[in-house]
Design a protein around this ligand. Sequence first.
Ligand code: XIL
Length: 322
Amino acid sequence: QAPGSLRELAPFPVGAAVSVSLLQNNAAYRQVMTTEYSSITAENAMKFGALHPGATTYNWTDADYLVSFARQHNLRVHGHTLLWYNSLPGWVTNFQGDSAAWENLMRTHIQTVVTHFKGQVQGWDVVNEAIDDAGNLRSANLWRQHLGDRYIDRAFQYAHAADPAALLFYNDYGHEYSDARRNGILKLVNDLKARGIPIDGIGLQLHTSSNISDARIASAISAAAATGLRVHVAELDISMNPGRSAGATFTPALAAAQKVKYKALVQTYKALPPAQRYGLTTWNVADADTWKRADCACPEWPLPFDDSYARKPAYDGIVEGL
Ligand code: XIL
């Protein structure tokens, strides 16, 4: 652990979502993970299709590697994600069965995965991205189509039964840029809580960008905290090319603006009551491995480390905010 590392300075866990193959094959990447961070999330290795590629086939290899790496380096593991409408294997999207058969499929997946990692994964994103842009339950979602709106309740109940000590999260995006999304998410979460469904936390993805004000980000974080649940900034990255310009370059002025945004966000998060601070996780480690470059098919530099895995001004912004 380097002196002045994020894990040493932060009064809450600081994590990153990682690619298992980079963890295995890139020394600079591994070095940043082990020296700077105190929490780790699998970018893809714990998703449904990765873990459960066939109806009776589970593939634990990559996820187990990540968990043992975490144990070896004293990192907390956050599990992402048990149920999502996306990243489903063909055998699920093509599955033919009545609602009892779908229920069995969902229950078996959750029980098997949560039991496999019991005691090793501190918290789970039980349900990911169930809300649509109007703030309603997403209709293009196989789980809801086959199981009805209350599949969310039962997903949390099955996860809780499999590992009663695991912290259970609802994770979604758009809290900071859409009132409709934010209100829909908070309504869902407050309703789960009010009905005694075992939910412990709310994940704000916060794939955000330079054109979203610090005030909006702060109000998204405070609104989530007002639920009384733990708050996870779960997938943080700050895009500095929101116009997706193919010719954009990362100028010193952009680096300085990004530093200010990271600092403001961290200050807001740090001001939450300590018991509500589950942690702050960036989505990927460095600009070199950001998912954003593929997602936007444009130049992007959204993370605190650069293309050589060196600290950026954004990193200094995080440190100043702590
Ligand atoms: C993304 C990964 O980063 C990509 O590698 C993958 O191709 C698609 O999924 N919201 C989430 C994450 O909850 O799981 C997504 O991760 C990014 C958006």
